[in-house]
Design a protein around this ligand. Structure first.
Ligand SMILES: [Zn+2]
Length: 93
């Protein structure tokens, strides 16, 4: 019997997913609705899209998520300061 090469060993996680399905864990929380997931075995990545469904985490989605995260964080920051000084001021047009 031949000794398994490192190349063959690297294929095992993918084979595991092929037979048993991916085992995703949340790798990043973008907003309260959007999260990024990574498969524990093959490192395949998914994200929540605008329809609330899971889709492959492509570079484009990664970009969108980075933007969403920034908007989300600045919104919650603004919300915090609003509760401190909530004045009914006429906001600029
Ligand atoms: Zn997998």
């Amino acid at each position: 019997m031949m000794r398994p090469s490192t190349n063959k060993l690297a294929l095992i996680p993918k084979m595991y997913c092929h037979f048993f399905g991916h085992d995703y864990v949340v790798s990043k929380k973008v907003t309260s609705h959007v999260k990024e997931y990574t498969c524990k075995h093959c490192k395949h990545e998914l994200t929540t899209n605008s329809n609330g469904k899971l889709t492959e985490l492509t570079p484009k989605f990664r970009e969108i998520n980075a933007l969403l995260e920034r908007i989300y964080n600045s919104k919650s920051e603004r919300l915090k300061s609003k509760t401190i000084s909530s004045l009914p001021i006429y906001e600029q047009v």
